[in-house]
Design a protein around this ligand. Sequence first.
Ligand SMILES: *Cc1c(COP(=O)(O)O)cnc(C)c1O
Length: 458
Amino acid sequence: MADSRASALASLPSVDRLLRMPQSDVLIAVYGRAAVTEAIRAVLEDLRAAHARIPQDVAAAVVGRASERLQAAARPSLRPVFNLTGTVLHTNLGRAPLPEEAIDALRDAAREATNLEYDLESGRRGERDDHVERLLCALTGAQAATVVNNNAAAVLLVLNTLAQRKEVPVSRGELIEIGGSFRLPDIMRRAGCRLREVGTTNRTHLADFAEAIGAKTGLVLKAHASNYAIEGFTAAVPERELAALCQARGVPFVVDLGSGALVDLRRFGLPPEATPAQAIAEGADLVTFSGDKLLGGPQAGIIVGRADRVAQLRRNPLKRALRVDKLTLAALEAVLRLYQDPDRLVSRLPVLRRLARPVAEIRALAERLRPRLAAWLPPGVGVSVVDCESEIGSGAAPRQRLASAGLALRPGSNRLAAAFRALPIPVIGRLQDGAFILDLRGLEPADEARFAAQLERA
Ligand SMILES: *Cc1c(COP(=O)(O)O)cnc(C)c1O
């Protein structure tokens, strides 16, 4: 045994010989000579390592394995996946899918020079916010608007600009943590503000704020309770009253909405979510919200409100550090334009389309896919159509569930979940009550064929 292995090792073809094989030419054309040489070397190395079995047709086998290595290495790290978790706005899965109009806009902006900060009429320097400010003002009733990298950045910029070295009274019921990395008290400290807790966790009254506001107050912040709800014996101060109090005392009133839907979601049969337009109408000086939550656009933090306050934000050097790039602005502008035609919004904006899908349509899709999935599954795993519940995600309407349908694979296991993640377009579901559930709200009719085809190939 040892002798035959030694002679097999001795007869391993050289790197040069392997590179001259016709199969290697094909690889070199795709990946380049350097990468193919490197891959062949690595495979030979593995074979020489102790215990590796030397295959029969060794030259072809080595090039074949090198090809597999090269393919795996060439696959991008950031890849599309099917989000069948039932959480439509899933932060770990990149939140909002963009509409085609936004994808076209960002492709155009990426390819060429753009008038990002250039005024085409005067030929002078322009302001990057100009591309979306009018649209945002029209949609929210605000006087001015500015955009930064995400909503956490928006809150940071507002706090630092208006309340550095000052106090910020916040209701104890709103000292929130979102997704583990956004804690209001931490952001406050980094912004250079002193948090002043007001009221109690479940009840805060106008008088509590009246007492807390003083000469040291930089602004009053109301944070939207995104990912939780306090129930029972509760009291919060209505925005209109708090806004009036702040105005009387001469301190800015800021509302962090988080998700902030730009339109009334009840129109689409969805649970209501506070809108920036409401907050502005109720007297907020500034309102912050995300671009990639219910708005359905790219990651961004949007700040709308009084023109003098927005001008102050733009003068803060932090605005420069937190600014968005041309791709974000291109996508955001295209998404905001869709809102100009609310009647067609639900068919054109993927987030709303997915949230508003009729459960009968989702169930029919589950019925169609069930037999195709059954054919693919290993023996002993069954698949059935089930009713399930989706959620909006990213902190919007946390207690509301949307009736949905999907496929339940039993017995569900980590191995089964891993097999779905290993598909060319990874499929992400959830393990629940002993089953692996694929909530089909996240699979749009346009993707049905692609989803089924990859199962048949696998
Ligand atoms: C989501 C959220 C944030 C953070 O927004 P990002 O866009 O994720 O940075 C801040 N405040 C509230 C209330 C939120 O819901």
